[in-house]
Design a protein around this ligand. Structure first.
Ligand SMILES: [Mg+2]
Length: 263
């Protein structure tokens, strides 16, 4: 499983690295020449109602297992198992079994908690990230072409879109890692552009991951807006070559930089 291909238990896993000393959204700096906006889904448009920590707690309850690790221990192992795990359920199971082994517990307990976690995680229980629902309505009304390019299984991701009521907002949706290679591979981006008949230079990609969203979109010449969420730190850990055109604290800030499509 590709690191960028996980349907994340928490959008916080992917966000929050990289430079923040870029241009920030402001009314005085509209993005020009954009007629199409492509969005990432997880962490950019929506997030789960319940945090991974809450779901993990519920999973221990459901499995009838006394809690023996927290969500931090789980995240600490993500990198070690991501390549060998075929999907998020396998990744979770591998992590939980490893934690059980390390802590002298029966590995079966790790597997049981992982299964319970999958049962507790309801993909319909998602909410818009700050301002995202309103901004989609606004951009749609202004006449922008809108599309979605997400790393994740079609069934899971469509459940989220349906639950949010925004399935029809997007003229195209590419489920990368399934229909195409995962972002940052160029193919999911170019597929969305081709379907919309859009030019990369006149398209803005909006995403919360520097590594998969911004790096991938930039590589094919798209304009980019990185949504940082509540991260305000500038660590530079995202790699010097990834340099988002705009840094937005929230997806809702798009309203300030997109003043209407140039037709
Ligand atoms: Mg994301």
């Amino acid at each position: 499983m590709d690191d960028s291909n996980k349907t994340r238990d928490d959008t916080a896993l992917s966000h929050r690295r990289g430079p923040s000393n870029r241009r920030r959204a402001s009314n005085s700096e509209p993005i020009d020449r954009v007629d199409t906006v492509l969005f990432d889904l997880d962490g950019t448009v929506c997030e789960y109602e319940r945090s991974p920590g809450e779901v993990l707690g519920a999973a221990f309850d459901r499995a009838g297992v006394e809690p023996f690790f927290d969500v931090t221990a789980y995240y600490d192992r993500f990198g070690a198992f991501v390549d060998e795990s075929e999907d998020i359920a396998a990744l979770r199971r591998n992590c939980f079994v490893d934690i059980a082994n390390e802590r002298g517990r029966d590995p079966a307990l790790g597997r049981a908690v992982a299964e319970a976690f999958a049962s507790e995680r309801d993909h319909a229980r998602v909410i818009f990230v700050d301002g995202a629902g309103d901004v989609l309505t606004h951009l749609d009304g202004q006449g922008y072409g809108l599309g979605l390019v997400t790393n994740g299984p079609p069934g899971t991701q469509r459940t989220k879109l349906d639950s949010l009521g925004v399935t029809d907002r997007f003229e195209t949706a590419v489920f990368a890692g399934h229909e195409t290679p995962s972002k940052p591979h160029p193919e999911p981006f170019t597929r969305a552009l081709d379907t919309l008949g859009a030019q990369p230079g006149q398209t803005l990609f909006v995403g919360d991951s520097l590594d998969s969203d911004i790096a991938g979109a930039q590589k094919i010449g798209m304009q980019t807006a990185w949504v940082t969420g509540d991260n305000t730190e500038s660590t530079g850990a995202g790699g010097g070559e990834v340099s988002p055109g705009f840094v937005l604290e929230s997806t809702g800030d798009l309203r300030a930089v997109l003043s209407g499509p140039d037709q």
